[in-house]
Design a protein around this ligand. Structure first.
Ligand code: CAO
Length: 433
C-alpha cells in the first residue's frame, strides 16, 4: 500500500531547502534510512523512512523550498510493521551537526519532530553542538563512518556547503585500501587528496585510459617517493676526451655504435664495487642492509607506452662493445614489447640517461628497493678555465645522483660521484681497478 510521506512540524522553520535527495524511485529503504535532507538557516536534518518499503515516487527536487505538510514521496510498505522508536510509532528526525555558516558563539537549537504520517505531537528540542572543529555530516553518514571506523575529520567532503556524504566516506575507505588516504587537508600529517576536476568545462579535452605500464610505473614511483627520504647531488664531468675517443671508434662500422652510455655504465659498475653502499638495499623491514656483490644495472628506456627499465647483468664483467650491443638490444626489445620478465628483474642500481633530451639536469627518483640512481643530462660545450689561465671550450656532461638518505650519506654520494667523474674524464683509470 502506498502512503504519503510529508514534511513534519518543523517548529518556526519555513521555506526550508531540500539539499539532498537520498533515494530515487524503486529504491528499497529500511526503517530509519534517510529519505531527504533539509537545511534551514540554523540547522539541517534528515527525514528518515518511518517504515521499511519501496519508494513509489519522489515528489521533491533538489533546491525545492518546503514547509510542514509538503509531500516528500510515496512509500510502499506496511506502516503497521514500523518498529516503535521510543514512545513513538515513527522514527524521530535526526538533526545534523553544525552548519558552517552559524557563528560559533550562537547556541543553535532546532526542533526535532517525527516526519511521517501520522503526525506526532511531541517535538523535543535538540541542542546542536557548536564546535568549529566538528565536521558537517548527517546522521546516516556518521553512522556509516562509525561502522567503518572512519575519522570524519579526514574525509574530503563533496556535498553542498562542505557536507560529507556517504559516498565521500566510501571513497575514503576505497582509497585507504588502495594504499593512500584521502583527507580534507586539515590533518597535516596525512596525504591530502587531489580533487577531481572536470577539465571539459574549460575547453575541449581528449581522455584516454592510462596504460597498465604507466599505472605500474606510477605505483612504483609513488611508493619510492613516499617511502624514501631522497636527496640529489649534482656533478659536471668533462667528457671531451671520452667523446673524441668514442667517435674515433665509431668509424668502424662493423662494431656496435658507441654512445656515452656504455662508458658511463662501465665507470658506474667500477665505482659501485668501491662504493658498495650505493649498490645495496634494505631488507627485514629496514633492520638489515644487503650489499650486493654483483652489479646489475637498470637502464631507463623511453617508449611510446611509458618508461621501461630493463636490466643489464654483471656490467663490471663486460666490455664496452658488449655493453653497447646489449643496451641497444634491450632498448629495442623494450620498444617492441619483446622483453621477458627476467630482463626486468634484479637491478642493483639504475641509470636514467635522458641524453639529448636531458636539459641541464634533473632529479631522478630512486628505483626502490635500490638506494641510488644516476641521472644523465645533455652534454654541452662550455667555456672552462684551464690551469694555465686559458679558457677552452670543453664538452661537459651533467650528472645527478639521487639516493635514499637512510642508506647513503651526502659524503658517500660525493665520493662516489668524484670517483665516477675521475673515471669518465680519464677512462684509462678503469685499467687500474
Ligand atoms: N648528451 C648529448 N648527447 C647524447 C647524450 C648526452 N648525455 N647521450 C646520448 N647522446 C646522443 C648519442 O650520442 C646519440 O647521438 P649520435 O647518434 O650523434 O651519437 C643520440 O644522443 C641518441 O642516443 P640514444 O638515445 O639512441 O642512445 P643512448 O645509448 O645514449 O641511450 C637509451 C639509450 C635507451 C637510454 C635512450 O634512448 C633512452 O631511452 N633514454 C631515455 C631514458 C628516460 O626516459 N629517462 C627518464 C626517466 S625519468 O622519466
Amino acid at each position: 500500500m502506498n502512503r504519503e510521506i510529508k514534511i513534519p512540524d518543523m517548529g518556526e522553520a519555513a521555506d526550508v531547502e531540500v539539499i539532498e535527495i537520498c533515494v530515487s524511485k524503486g529504491d528499497e529503504v529500511a526503517q530509519g534510512d534517510a529519505l531527504i535532507v533539509l537545511e534551514s538557516d540554523k540547522a539541517s536534518m534528515e527525514v528518515p523512512a518511518p517504515w521499511a518499503g519501496k519508494v513509489f515516487s519522489v515528489a521533491v527536487a533538489l533546491g525545492d523550498k518546503v514547509e510542514e505538510g509538503t509531500l516528500v514521496l510515496m512509500l510502499e510498505g506496511d506502516a503497521q510493521l514500523a518498529e516503535p522508536t521510543g514512545d513513538q510509532a515513527t522514527p524521530k528526525p535526526e538533526p545534523e551537526k553544525q552548519i558552517k555558516s552559524t557563528p560559533a558563539s550562537e547556541p543553535v537549537v532546532t526542533k526535532s519532530a517525527p516526519v511521517a504520517q501520522p503526525p506526532v505531537s511531541s517535538t523535543p528540542s535538540v541542542a546542536l553542538p557548536v564546535d568549529s572543529s566538528e565536521v558537517y555530516a548527517g546522521p546516516s553518514a556518521r553512522r556509516l563512518a562509525r561502522q567503518l571506523g572512519v575519522d570524519l575529520t579526514s574525509v574530503h567532503a563533496t556535498g553542498a556547503r562542505g557536507r560529507i556524504l556517504k559516498e565521500d566516506i566510501k571513497a575514503y575507505v576505497k582509497q585507504a585500501l588502495q594504499g593512500g588516504a584521502a583527507t580534507s587537508g586539515e590533518n597535516m600529517s596525512a596525504i591530502p587528496a587531489i580533487g577531481e576536476v572536470d577539465f571539459s568545462r574549460f575547453g575541449p579535452v581528449d581522455s584516454q585510459p592510462v596504460s597498465r605500464l604507466m599505472l605500474r610505473g606510477a605505483k612504483q614511483l609513488h611508493a619510492s617517493w613516499l617511502n624514501l627520504p631522497q636527496v640529489t647531488n649534482h656533478e659536471e664531468v668533462d667528457v671531451t676526451n671520452l667523446d673524441a675517443f668514442r667517435r674515433e671508434q665509431n668509424t668502424d662500422t662493423e662494431k656496435p655504435k658507441l654512445t656515452l652510455l656504455p662508458f658511463i655504465m662501465k665507470a658506474c659498475a667500477s665505482a659501485l664495487l668501491r662504493h658498495s653502499q650505493l649498490n645495496g638495499s634494505f631488507a627485514d623491514g629496514g633492520q638489515t642492509f644487503v650489499k650486493k656483490l654483483y652489479v646489475h644495472l637498470g637502464m631507463a628506456v623511453d617508449t611510446k607506452e611509458g618508461l621501461i627499465v630493463p636490466v643489464i647483468r654483471n656490467v663490471d664483467q663486460k666490455g664496452i662493445y658488449a655493453l653497447a650491443q646489449e643496451s641497444q638490444t634491450l632498448a629495442q626489445k623494450s620498444r617492441t614489447r619483446k622483453l621477458k620478465p627476467e630482463d626486468l628483474q634484479g637491478g642493483s642500481f639504475t641509470i636514467s640517461s635522458l641524453g639529448v633530451l636531458g636539459g641541464t639536469g634533473f632529479t631522478p627518483i630512486v628505483n626502490a628497493p635500490q638506494v641510488a640512481i644516476l641521472g644523465v643530462a645533455r652534454s654541452d660545450i662550455k667555456p672552462i678555465w684551464q690551469a694555465d689561465g686559458s679558457v677552452q671550450g670543453r664538452l661537459i656532461l651533467p650528472l645527478s645522483l639521487s639516493y635514499d638518505h637512510r642508506a647513503v650519506n651526502g659524503a658517500d654520494a660525493g665520493r662516489f660521484l668524484a670517483d665516477l667523474k675521475a673515471c669518465l674524464e680519464d677512462i684509462g683509470r678503469l685499467l687500474l681497478y
